[in-house]
Design a protein around this ligand. Structure first.
Ligand code: HEM
Length: 144
């Protein structure tokens, strides 16, 4: 079910944390700049997730952007919602598996629509609980 997986990646592109702060544990150099020990360093996930340099029509919700012409899921190297390296999110496999099962099960049983036009601000660290409502209409499942 590549489209379901692609939908989850596209949701994370729109909704994952815009920044990931770290502190340099030793003096180092990045691109000719000296980074002193103790300096706070941020991964700018906001730019990586919505920058026009990285995505076409970044404002659009388009799961297809994560699908190859053959229909396989492809994740560009610059897309790192769970960060990367030694401190990468240890919950990412759990999140991927749970989200997949929850989304697929919900869509199997309900038609889901928004009551009114929904505008989600990208880059929210936490989405407020009352920002929009969904309507879930039970689907009539065919039985053999
Ligand atoms: C959509 C859901 C999630 C996203 C987008 C996410 C993203 C992230 C990010 C960006 C980091 C920072 C990595 C870094 O410092 O470079 C992180 C760290 C971490 N995450 Fe998640 N996370 C999610 C869910 C979870 C869940 C469900 C768990 C646990 C079951 C979890 C456990 C952790 C832990 C323990 C760390 C710290 C790892 C370390 O510092 O070594 N996360 N996560």
């Amino acid at each position: 079910m590549p489209y379901t997986e692609a939908t989850l990646w596209e949701t994370l592109r729109k909704a994952s944390s815009p920044i990931v702060p770290h502190v340099a544990s030793a003096e180092t150099e990045i691109d000719g700049y000296t980074i002193e020990k103790g300096t706070m360093v941020f991964i700018n996930n906001y730019e990586l997730n919505v920058g026009e340099e990285y995505w076409s029509n970044p404002e659009e919700f388009m799961p297809e952007r994560f699908l190859s012409p053959a229909g396989n899921v492809v994740k560009p190297a610059h897309f790192i919602p769970f960060s990367t390296g030694k401190r990468t999110c240890i919950g990412q496999r759990l999140v991927q598996c749970f989200s997949f099962v929850i989304l697929a099960t919900l869509l199997q049983h309900y038609d889901i629509s928004a009551g009114s036009e929904v505008k989600i601000k990208p880059g929210c660290v936490a989405v407020p609980p009352d920002c929009f409502k969904l309507i879930l209409t039970p689907r009539i499942l065919q039985s053999d």
